[in-house]
Write a protein that binds this ligand. Sequence first.
Ligand SMILES: [Fe+2]
Length: 358
Amino acid sequence: MKRRELLTGGAALAAAGGCAAPGGQPGTALPAAPAQAPLRRIALGSCFDQTKAAPIWDTITASRPDLFLFGGDNIYCQMPYSLPRLREAYALAAASPGLSRLRAAVPHMAIWDDNDYGLNDGGADFTEKLTSKAEFLQFWQAAADDPRRGREGLYDARMFGPPGRRVQVILLDTRWFRSAWKRTDQRDAPGKERYVPDADPAKTVLGEVQWRWLEAQLRQPAEVRLLFSGMQVVTQGHGWERWGNLPLERERLYRLIGDTGAQGVVVLSGDRHIGALYREDRGTAYPLYELTASGFTHTWTTASEAGPNRLGELYRELHYGAVEIDWDSRSLRLDVVDTAGLPQRSQSIAFNELRARP
Ligand SMILES: [Fe+2]
């Protein structure tokens, strides 16, 4: 999504200094051992403009999540892209006291979106992605033997919790391999603001290598799977970046979830500068719910769009997302949470809903 409209007056970097090294504060080790206590609260979100105040970090830290998912646009590189500008953005983020407290206190994982990738609505043809990847891995303190260092892109997955109470987190890279969009012929027209659907079978969102990796992930046993795509997946009714603009790829995703027998999939997304909940039943093995959480520091306060599969209204204020899992009642709840820590949109889902229909 083009950010210029949203960021007018706010995106100019406050710091004008040189090439400060990214990274800085210590990270928190992930609770990686499967025998550990199951996850009960996962917080998430996207879109942190490091030049803006972000009191929401302390709200999130105070909610004591077991895990936090940084869903992309975790910093904003000033455009046009340059390595010094990217490093400057990371350095400013590293200096954010609230973010530092969260990173020190809460285990976390991260995937990028277009603004930390380095190109608005960028895809496979972005020429500087290797450089951006190196900076990302440094800021997020990836280990020397992190598998992402030895392959293209930044897709990643982890399994948490003991058998019977496993949460699988899958972070998709929808930037590195993604084919070019088909541009709209009616810019800003509702439903086709920037892009229109393109059924070219040669085009891809994930690329074959990531598709094969995703299939292997989905074949692993888990009770709950959080599938994070920076770009919205099930959402209909707008012409910004979304999986529906490459409808064959979205059908492939729905089919893959069914074919692998993967139960418990819930989609998480960001990017849009709004919060919302969605549910898709068409073409899916079971109801596919999506929680979009986008806007730690800035939101699209005048957003309005058709939402044929949206549950309730858009949330246009600052927020983060939360997944609350109740292992005893075998259910979970998706929340859009405001800066005071209060849920503003919620959807409860029984585990039984998230399995293939007979
Ligand atoms: Fe953003």
